[in-house]
Design a protein around this ligand. Structure first.
Ligand SMILES: [Zn+2]
Ligand SMILES: [Zn+2]
Length: 246
């Protein structure tokens, strides 16, 4: 999945499972009309098991807990609720805002991955909190935003640039207009109100990616942090690439 495609809107179209709802009975098995499949298509977190096999919300719309259970609000344990509450309480500290949908565990704008997986949510907080980072929803993942905080009006994505850094002539073509794999699972972060870092967590890096990352690493305006799979907060098989404002 490339950044251009964006994450699926996993929460859209689902009925609100608001904590304040008066209907606390489990949904019936036939209530599948508006429950969407919310699992990220490229997730590598392993097999997940519905907490309640007969519950369509557990199967398709539940949160996924570190032990692999996929569980809806109606079937959550007290420990599940405590974990969700604890992580939600930390969300404003990293700049997340309530988006108003009200689904259990989805009231804050968690990035793709942490929106569903509690283990990923924990890792994101453990990464962002000590760094003093806040998620920027207005951040545009390119050199102009990162180094100046200003909009670039699309100048960063042309035939000879990706994210504002040059690519070799001929890298992109009509058949492959987005030839790089590194700008995947992108998020943008600020610190003290200023753009601080663009994070990408891709599954694959090809020769053209390494060449482009070399160009970025040579830019004195930024500092590239690149970690191998296993060190990212997104997933066990994704690289962690952070382009910091120098
Ligand atoms: Zn359930
Ligand atoms: Zn731009």
């Amino acid at each position: 999945m490339s950044q251009a495609e964006g994450p699926p809107e996993s929460g859209r179209g689902r009925p609100a499972l608001n904590r304040t709802t008066s209907n606390t009975s489990p949904p019936s098995k036939s209530d599948t009309s508006s429950v969407g499949v919310a699992t990220p298509s490229c997730w590598d977190g392993g097999v997940t098991v519905p907490a309640h096999p007969d519950c369509v919300r557990c199967r398709y719309a539940g949160l996924i807990f570190p032990d692999g259970r996929r569980c809806c609000y109606y079937h959550a344990t007290e420990a599940d609720e405590r974990l969700v509450d604890e992580l939600d309480a930390r969300a404003p500290g990293i700049g997340l805002v309530r988006d108003g949908r009200g689904d259990w565990g989805c009231t804050f704008g968690w990035p793709y991955g942490p929106n569903l997986y509690m283990a990923t949510r924990q890792r994101l907080l453990e990464w962002a909190e000590p760094l003093g980072l806040r998620r920027s929803l207005r951040g545009h993942a390119c050199r102009a935003w990162l180094t100046t905080g200003r909009r670039c009006y699309g100048a960063c994505r042309t035939d000879d640039q990706v994210a504002g850094w040059p690519v070799a002539p001929g890298t992109a073509s009509d058949l492959n207009p987005m030839p790089l794999s590194w700008p995947d699972h992108i998020s943008t972060w600020t610190r003290d109100g200023e753009p601080a870092v663009i994070v990408a967590q891709p599954y694959h890096l090809d020769d053209v990616d390494y060449a482009h990352l070399g160009v970025i690493a040579a830019d004195p305006a930024v500092r590239l942090e690149a970690l191998p799979p296993g060190r990212s907060w997104y997933g066990a098989r994704t690289y962690f690439l952070a382009v910091w404002r120098a």
